[in-house]
Write a protein that binds this ligand. Structure first.
Ligand code: IYR
Length: 228
């Protein structure tokens, strides 16, 4: 039978009774509301197995033509984390010293961010997410991938959710430009491009959340329902 004619019955879908569905959706919202971007991490170690499972979870994300156009580099090496911190801080210095422009700097003010990124060394794990324009399911480096940005964005969202669910703090970090990550992570620029850096570990005991980050738009602000 041709591969396009092969389909399998859906056997792992779970239907919940309506009341349980409502409870589960509310509980998941409450759980995700407790996710905050963390900028002060503890150096307590986190088992590699946890990071592996979270990356496996990210890899279940839907993607254009199921080409899964992503690659994750999980970094626990103190040496590599040090190299990333050094390169990122150099870029961030020029960003905060003017490259960002005043409007962007004003937008960041309430978050209290700056060029100093000690967490890039202190957190036990950095996960560099790479996106692949080409490769297909077989990673042949030739086939076109589709909706790459959308697919990798969804996978990164799954990764952040999985790390939070495991009980870890996370930070999405996007030093600009991120090309230095390819070199440090030993990636070939013709195969993939850095997409985002996820910092993860236990929050430091004195970690804080900026007031600005606590303001989430209400349902009414973010959603419209067109109903019968
Ligand atoms: N990459 C910089 C700047 C930064 C930009 C945005 I948009 C943020 O939401 C937070 C930070 C940094 O990490 O400091």
């Amino acid at each position: 039978m041709a591969v396009e004619d092969q389909h399998h019955p859906l056997t792992d879908f779970i239907e919940y009774p309506p009341q349980e569905m409502a409870t589960r959706s509310a509980e998941n919202f409450a759980h995700l509301k407790r996710r905050h971007s963390i900028r002060s991490f503890s150096d307590r170690p986190v088992a590699k197995e946890v990071i592996e499972n979270c990356i496996r979870a990210a890899g279940t994300a839907p993607s254009g033509a199921n080409h899964q156009p992503w690659h994750f580099v999980a970094i626990n090496s103190a040496e590599v984390k040090g190299q990333i911190r050094e390169a990122a801080e150099e870029l961030e210095r020029s960003f905060y010293e003017g490259r960002a422009g005043q409007e962007w700097l004003d937008a960041l003010k309430p978050l209290g961010t700056g060029a100093n990124k000690p967490y890039l060394e202190k957190a036990p794990w950095l996960i560099a997410v790479f996106s692949q324009k080409k490769g297909g399911l077989s990673n042949d480096g030739e086939q076109t991938n589709y909706y790459v940005h959308e697919s990798v964005g969804i996978a990164t969202g799954f990764l952040i959710q999985a790390l939070h669910n495991a009980g870890l703090g996370t930070l999405t970090h996007t030093p600009k430009p991120m090309s230095f990550l390819s070199k440090i992570c030993g990636r070939d620029n013709s195969i993939d491009r850095p997409y985002m850096l996820i910092v993860t570990g236990y929050p430091a005991e004195d970690a804080t959340i900026p007031e600005h980050a606590m303001c989430k738009k209400s349902l009414e602000e973010i959603a419209t329902f067109l109903e019968d």
